[in-house]
Design a protein around this ligand. Sequence first.
Ligand SMILES: [Zn+2]
Length: 440
Amino acid sequence: MQQHALTINEKRMDHRIAQLAAIGKISETGVCRLALSPEDREAAELVKGWMEEAGMAVRIDAFGNLIGRIEGEDADAPSLMLGSHIDTQPYAGRFDGIIGVLGAIEVVQTFAERGLVPAVPVEAAAFCDEEGCRFNKGLFGSRGLIGRLEAGELERADKNGVTRREALLAFGGDPERFAESQYPPGRVGAFLELHIEQGPVLESLGRPVGIVTGISGPLWWTVDLYGFAGHAGSVPMPMRRDALAGAARIIVGLQELASGEPGAPTVGTVGSLRVFPDSRNIIPEQVQFTVDLRDIDLARRDALEAKLRALIVSAAEANGLTAEIREDTNSEPRYCAETIVETIRGAAKEMSLDVPELMSGPFHDALAMSYYCDYGMIFVRCKEGISHNPKEYSSPEDIALGTELLYRTALKLCGASSSATDSKAAPLSFQAGGGQQDGP
Ligand SMILES: [Zn+2]
């Protein structure tokens, strides 16, 4: 593999990843650090120490976000924010979210060690509860920061009956002071997130890092099909109203629709299926299943949605069923700012790195931030695309390259200059309020 000279400290990143993985450790490589748990709090304390070591002023805000900041030459300018999350799924690995937070700290610490002063403030964030597995709703801290929390979120309880309000208070957050922690428009000019890919694309291309072009929005449905139960041994085939046979047609059809355009990143999944009465000698009367359809191209996704609706109608007709579709979530794709993508390309070129561009199927804190400011993301290759699993793995070399790319991109975006020289790189002019329209 080609060697690239690194500015960032690869060993320090590696060591910190190992130290964090020890908090909430469940196996050799497995971690369980649920949002707002005592383990999450302990991890926040450790990361806070590293932020301070990097020279940042650090606080835990009312939403439970851990945010560090260094001032720029212009203390009032919109900041460059870097970050991700340190909470995990219950059966998780060591890298998801983590490398984005540690990468952010590494960038700031490298600035300090090289005597670089950014033109604008730089913030590093470990957002509270990105995963959403404990209270069944994620991106809590990042949505809180930009004023996009919804009614009733504090009353959501985990499976032990502990509400988010209680957990947040125990963690050190404060629901009474949300308004003080919410950022006014324009406080952050751009957001950059380093994250493992959680998919197999980079590995299949043999590339260590990639540039994200956007986060695809999922369309989530629950579909109910109603037929009529009967004896599996006596009802002749033409007289049947078999709900599962109808569901089978739809599931196969979704596979064909989603893979219809070669090379397109469209994905369609039926991940949950319930059959009633679920007996080997009764014709299935009722089937409920979920649909997850994602694409970075909303027009293409809309076209597929229309075809899928037509397919459900025809499959229901063919099997004598009635069908009901309930829309659970309909998120639009959110695109990375072209100026930031271009900046990452330039930084990669300096490193002689050949970086493919890809979309993100999973969502990240950057999705929330996309409603507030321009954003960009860098992906690091992960083994076999495995994530949300203790087997999750990214090599130290790949993480180092991703962090170096984050560092060089941040350097360009915040216009850091050596305090010893006169010539200063001009920072990109940040656009307050985001570079795209607001969606739902
Ligand atoms: Zn993550």
